[in-house]
Design a protein around this ligand. Structure first.
Ligand code: FES
Ligand code: FE2
Length: 457
């Protein structure tokens, strides 16, 4: 068992006497792979990270009408994401305050109230108790007079580009502070058109037999793409070169890979003397068409337009558990053309060696049918249950999990001391620690630094 005196307030001492802080060597930039195996560490992560961080739970378009709800997870806690009469979105802990029964077991639906299946207490979408069977005989006025105490636990909520995030901790930093420098990039990625994005159906869900951190720490890793995703280059879809593009990380542990549009998609012949608007119309960002790019200037600054035209964010990771993709890939046809991938992943840690992944496919609300269909098809061809890219990555996550389960395997350290430093391309306007090239260990190290700061603070 963890030493309870250090459980929440500082470095934790694991049951074999090892301080958690010893599992990361800041000088050598190495992480003990034991962190992916240990049940004690997993439980501490649920408490210190998932109960206190901003976690994606839904897209607003999944619950357009008052009374619409979906059931999701934050860490290991089930929650209900519900649209109220006023149009606001509430996130409620799906645990009855009477004696702890899950209030709702439906994945999604429409309701005016949630009625507990155990004794029948009834709660409204604000989380207030509204009544109970035999209320007068059983309780007299107690349910009314103690309404505050009996209300469901609610999370704080915030959204960007329609993605709803929730945080159980009333003292956690405000959402905009949490995003920090990535907000500028994220707005360019998902807040670019007048009507914005919407989901295509419910998110896909699948289970991966690996620790959740193997996915989280991999997001800025451009290095693996030329080996693990080699088949994409062989198919002629795309080839990541470690020297092209831009790698960004922030002190909050967020990371990004921005691709060099021309070099990655073989567009060397494109005319760069044209205006930004003309360049965007000639090569619309994933999920849009030429006409839609005219709306970008209503929503983005000139610097953000330049970002989309030259080095758009392709892969973004938000600490601890969100990633976003926006790029071109195999469109799923036999001819193998390019199509847009637009997706958000959330993930739910289930056990030290198991996580569940949610994959939201996003399309522009105003996009014509052919753009929406191509986006949907290309996205599911690459990510989620049938995703070719996802299958490559899952093989690596599962492989590391299996091979570090043994006594000797878990003594190996992961190494993060290559391609360090800041190399800001001339004139680049984005914030954060910026490095010219899609692969450097600094960005992954930023994620680990944030992880250990949160876990040992
Ligand atoms: S546990 Fe819900 S009404 Fe009793
Ligand atoms: Fe990958």
């Amino acid at each position: 068992m963890l030493d309870s005196s250090s459980r929440l307030t500082g470095d934790a001492i694991l049951s074999d006497g090892t301080p958690l802080s010893e599992l990361i060597d800041r000088e050598r930039r190495e992480v003990s792979l034991r962190v992916h195996q240990d049940r004690e560490i997993f439980e501490l992560e649920m408490e210190k990270i998932f109960a206190r961080s901003w976690i994606p739970v839904a897209h607003e378009s999944e619950i357009p009408n008052p009374g619409d709800f979906v059931r999701r997870y934050i860490g290991q806690d089930s929650c209900l994401v519900v649209r109220t009469e006023s149009g606001a979105i509430n996130v409620l802990l799906n645990v009855c305050t009477h004696r702890g029964m899950p209030l709702c077991r439906e994945e999604r639906g429409h309701t005016r109230t949630f009625r507990c299946p155990y004794h029948g207490w009834v709660f409204d979408p604000q989380g207030n108790v509204r009544g109970a069977p035999y209320e007068k005989e059983m309780y007299g006025d107690w349910l009314r007079t103690c309404a505050d105490e009996l209300a469901l636990t609610t999370a704080r909520t915030a959204s960007i580009g329609g993605m709803v995030f929730a945080n159980w901790d009333p003292l956690a930093e405000p959402f905009d502070d949490y995003l920090g420098d990535v907000k500028w990039y994220l707005d360019a990625m998902i807040n670019r058109t007048d009507s914005g994005l919407e989901v295509v159906g419910a998110p896909q869900r699948h289970i991966v037999k690996a620790n959740w951190k193997l996915l989280a720490e991999q997001l800025p890793d451009g290095y693996h793409t030329s080996t693990l995703h080699r088949s994409f280059a062989q198919l002629g879809v795309f080839e990541h070169k470690v020297s092209s593009g831009i790698n960004v990380s922030t002190p909050e542990g967020h990371t990004m890979r921005l691709v060099d549009f021309k070099a990655t998609w073989g567009l060397e012949g494109r005319d760069d003397s044209a205006s930004l608007a003309d360049r965007l119309a000639a090569m619309p960002p994933p999920g849009t068409n030429a006409a839609m790019t005219e709306e970008f200037a209503n929503n983005l600054t000139e610097g953000q337009l330049r970002l989309l035209a030259e080095t758009p964010p392709a892969v973004m990771g938000l600490f601890p558990g969100t990633d976003l993709f926006s790029f071109l890939s195999h469109d799923g046809t036999e001819a193998g053309g390019l199509g847009p991938v637009v997706m958000v992943h959330g993930w739910i840690p289930r056990a030290p060696d198991l996580f569940e992944m949610l994959s939201w496919i996003l399309v522009e609300r105003d996009a014509p049918d052919e753009v929406r269909e191509l986006t949907r098809r290309t996205t599911i061809r690459n990510f989620g249950i049938s995703g070719l890219i996802e299958q490559d990555d899952a093989e690596a996550w599962r492989g590391v999990q299996r091979s570090t389960a043994g006594v000797m395997g878990r003594r190996i350290n992961g190494k993060y001391a290559a391609a360090l430093g800041i190399k800001r391309p001339e004139g680049f306007e984005g914030g954060g620690d910026v490095y010219a090239g899609t692969a450097r260990d600094d960005a992954q190290w930023a994620w680990w630094s944030r992880y250990f700061d949160v876990m040992t603070s």
